[in-house]
Design a protein around this ligand. Structure first.
Ligand code: PLP
Length: 396
């Protein structure tokens, strides 16, 4: 075989590293080099690598049955739906295989709702700088030009407003052709930008008064990532629809679209589907992941470690105020805004055995496994500190 570039469509700028195994928050590459992982496969491997219980469940299930299709009942899928929704509000779940698919289902649902309940209203308000996925409808819903460029004409019916600006959103919401709003509680790909409680509470109140939909994209922020099971709980609101993916399967592909009970019948038989969505293999593992993460003890721990992590980043900012401009985020979904582009820091980190990520050009994003310990946080911070010291020295 020649270089991977000869066979793999180059949709990603990949680092020249390949991991062969993992344990807890550590990954090992083909040369046996050890890395501390503060990215978790982009917010996916929340219980880390090689979790014994997950391996046991996966192995046992793999000997029983992997896939049956959704033409038949799937017990673990039903149990997983119950685990996701039972502590939140009455609702029903549709399972797919990714975040983009979860959002596609939400967008399709909004179209159905508009046609059946709101006289054909079809426009969805989303935010500038948002990210909702890479399918045709979800790039159309995404508020970032770089994602949409050269794919025009896009799917019609999306209106973009500034994030965290209620007045602008409210003006658009009044239009009769608007069916609802779709937002991330914290913009992840956009650079870890937190939506305020007041903003979301006002949107909830207004959409409810107008019988319009509030759709929350919790693909990145959900499943314990910010210290609540879902971030909207901390915002003090309940959406009509929310989407979830990444962290549910700890690496097995799964997406979920959750719809409030009273309106869920609109999406009836034949209106949507997925061959693989929620299959026995994936849902048996996801069931354990969700059960474990949603426990109050686990979530409290995430909040504590998130607070600790933020404190350590604040200390770094005091040491390097010219490089670190701002610290953002919640729980273990954190970002530091830099005065310089962050690719160089990410590359230096990788060479020193720390995996971090750069988003929105100047934001270093931390999405570590939720099981990370304070000692492991310290290890990562110490590597980052060394790199910042080197940069400061060089810029003298
Ligand atoms: N929505 C949000 C908020 C995301 O962060 C992402 C991925 O980063 C997606 C949707 C798309 O998810 P996926 O890559 O699983 O399709």
């Amino acid at each position: 075989m020649k270089n991977h570039k000869d066979y793999i469509l180059q949709t990603y700028n990949r680092y020249d590293i390949s991991f062969t195994s993992g344990d807890g928050v550590y990954l090992y590459d083909t040369n046996g080099k050890k890395y501390i992982d503060m990215l978790a496969g982009i917010g996916v491997c929340s219980l880390g690598y090689s979790d014994k219980e997950l391996i046991k469940i996966l192995t046992e299930q793999s000997k029983k049955i992997w896939h049956t299709s959704n033409l038949f009942n799937i017990k673990t899928q039903e149990e997983l739906a119950y685990e996701i929704i039972s502590s939140l509000f009455p609702g029903k779940v549709f399972f797919s295989n990714s975040g983009a698919e979860a959002n596609e289902a939400a967008i399709k649902f909004a179209r159905l709702y508009g046609n059946k309940v709101l006289n054909g209203a079809y426009k969805i308000i989303t935010a500038t700088n948002s990210f909702h996925g890479r399918t045709y409808a979800t790039i159309s819903a995404t508020g970032q030009e770089k994602v949409k460029k050269d794919f025009e004409p896009l799917c019609p019916g999306f209106i973009f407003v500034e994030y965290n600006n209620f007045e602008e959103l409210d003006t658009q919401l009044k239009n009769n052709d608007v069916v609802g709003v779709m937002l991330e509680p914290i913009q992840g790909e956009g650079g870890i930008i937190t939506g305020s409680n007041e903003y979301f509470q006002l949107i909830r109140k207004t959409t409810r008064e107008q019988n319009k939909l509030l759709i929350l994209d919790e693909v990145q922020s959900g499943v314990g990532r910010t210290g609540d099971f879902y971030t909207f709980q901390g915002l003090g609101i309940q959406p009509d629809i929310f989407t979830s993916a990444k962290g549910i399967g700890n690496g097995l592909p799964i997406g979920a679209t959750i719809i409030r009970e009273e309106i869920s019948d609109i999406m009836g038989a034949g209106k949507h589907g997925s061959t693989f969505g929620g299959n026995p293999l994936v849902t048996s593992v996801a069931l354990e992941v969700v059960k474990r993460i949603k426990s109050q003890k686990f979530l409290k721990n995430v909040r504590e470690k998130g607070k600790y992590f933020k404190e350590q980043l604040t200390k770094l900012q005091l040491l390097y105020p010219d490089i670190i401009l701002e610290i953002r985020g919640k729980g273990l979904m954190l970002g530091i805004v830099l005065s310089v582009t962050c690719n160089d820091i990410v590359n230096k980190s990788l060479s020193k055995g720390l995996i971090i990520n750069c988003t929105a050009n100047k934001v270093i994003r931390f999405l570590p496994p939720l099981i990370i310990s304070k000692e492991e946080i310290n290890k990562g911070i110490s590597i980052l500190s060394q790199i910042l010291a080197e940069i400061k020295e060089k810029n003298k």
